[in-house]
Design a protein around this ligand. Structure first.
Ligand SMILES: [Fe+2]
Length: 226
């Protein structure tokens, strides 16, 4: 083996070590996020599966955009969008609506609490704003910052729509579960109010009904995606 070959061989080994270490880092991050989701679902069994379905719908919507976001980052943010609810009193963790104004004020803190929790991991910094702003509304009436339209990060706008769809399709609140066509009509009515009109147009063009019918495998797929 010549000196040049030896050098090349060594470089290959370094590259393999680096790829392995990167893979392990990615896996550890994914496991950490899955642990946070499991913890939230342990405290709020009624919302079991919601996080994975929001990740699924966020990724499907992202797939049909002209300029999609990094799917790994979007999946991560969608999975833990509500992790700040762990900071709420137990009685409010699985409440989607609250009767008392002081409870509503507490619930509205969860995006900020989630963002603060996730800021402990510097590698998450790119997508933490998508968690912080997932309750902003296109018309500026959302929270925590009251951002308007394009001021709201795209990842947050995507998660907002996916979250609302899954909320509406499941019986988490006081409303009974809805049909796909009824939920789509509801989303279209709120286009430009709560939701980004471009995202609504992209969402309704997707085969939502077929995807919903096959929802039993949605959780498994969202689980396995990068
Ligand atoms: Fe939320």
């Amino acid at each position: 083996m010549t000196g040049g070959d030896l050098y090349k061989h060594q470089l290959m080994e370094y590259a393999q070590d680096l790829a392995r270490a990167y893979g392990e880092l990615r896996r550890s991050q994914a496991e950490f996020l899955a642990t946070l989701v499991a913890l939230l679902e342990m405290k709020a069994p009624a919302i079991r599966g919601h996080a994975r379905r929001v990740a699924f719908w966020s990724l499907r919507l992202n797939d049909v955009l002209d300029r999609p976001l990094d799917p790994g980052a979007l999946r991560a943010a969608a999975l833990v969008h509500d992790v700040g609810k762990l900071g709420l009193p137990d009685r409010l963790i699985q409440a989607w609506v609250a009767r008392r104004e002081d409870d509503r004020r507490l619930i509205r803190l969860h995006p900020e609490m989630g963002a603060s929790l996730l800021e402990h991991v510097s590698a998450f910094s790119d997508w933490i704003p998508w968690v912080r702003h997932h309750h902003e509304r296109w018309d500026g009436t959302g929270y925590p910052a009251g951002l308007t339209a394009d001021e709201i990060p795209l990842g947050a706008r995507i998660i907002c729509l996916a979250n609302a769809f899954d909320y509406r399709m499941n019986d988490y609140g006081s409303d009974p579960a809805h049909t796909v066509s009824g939920t789509i009509a509801w989303i279209e009515r709120l286009s430009g109010g709560i939701f980004d009109p471009d995202l609504v147009r992209a969402f309704v063009r997707m085969p939502v009904e077929a995807l919903w019918v096959n929802r039993l495998w949605i959780e498994g797929e969202a689980e396995g995606e990068a």
